[in-house]
Design a protein around this ligand. Structure first.
Ligand SMILES: [Zn+2]
Length: 199
């Protein structure tokens, strides 16, 4: 067998590092990019370059935005007495869409024994410091209603308890095992409205 060009191997290897892309898919995508129009392929490279240049992580809440602090954190009209803790910026967008007007804290993932992700791999330390400094009245743990999301909420509740802040969780109306990214807007709006106290 003739060895493949090193640049192809490199592309396959990089695609393979993306979440949900196994070696076979990586190979298929790489050859797809070689087959399509050259400009089309380069547009993708440019889109990645542009988004990395334009978007940064908010140093306060870890949201992704063009500015730091992000648009939410710097919006003076928002309710600063409640922090909604979410796993990633995609979920933040969903809560924005259903009209949540408080502040957020993005964990940048969730705890997982299987994947060996603990509190130190997330922005938990920054959340604790922020709560100590800004003293919100309430922290709502809006991690996903599945095994790892619930586990993450439990650990967060334990860490936040000594700070004397009111800790809440989204209402049980969210189907167990579902994901915030996928439930309907009305269910999500109800889940915020009916949040329950953990503290
Ligand atoms: Zn922010």
């Amino acid at each position: 067998m003739v060895a493949r060009d090193r640049s192809i191997e490199n592309l396959i290897e990089r695609l393979n590092r993306l979440p949900g892309i196994g070696p076979k898919s990586a190979e298929r995508l790489a050859f797809h990019l070689l087959k399509i129009d050259r400009d089309e392929a380069l547009q993708l490279a440019r889109a990645i370059e542009n988004v990395r240049a334009a978007v940064r992580t908010c140093s306060v809440c870890f949201n992704l935005d063009a500015s730091d602090p992000c648009g939410v954190c710097s919006d003076e009209t928002r309710d600063r007495s409640i922090f909604l803790v979410v796993e990633d910026p995609r979920e933040l967008t969903r809560f924005e869409d259903v009209g949540f007007r408080g502040l957020y804290h993005v964990l940048q993932g969730r705890m997982s024994q299987l994947e060996n992700i603990g509190p130190d791999d997330l922005t938990v330390g920054a959340l604790i410091k922020r709560v100590e400094r800004d003293r919100p009245a309430e922290v709502c743990l809006a991690t996903n209603p599945d095994l790892e999301g619930e586990g993450t909420a439990r650990v967060l509740a334990e860490r936040l308890q000594p700070l004397g802040v009111k800790i809440t969780r989204l209402a049980r109306g969210l189907p167990a095992g579902s994901s915030i990214a996928q439930v309907s807007s009305s269910i999500l709006a109800d889940a915020i409205e009916g949040r329950r106290s953990l503290s």
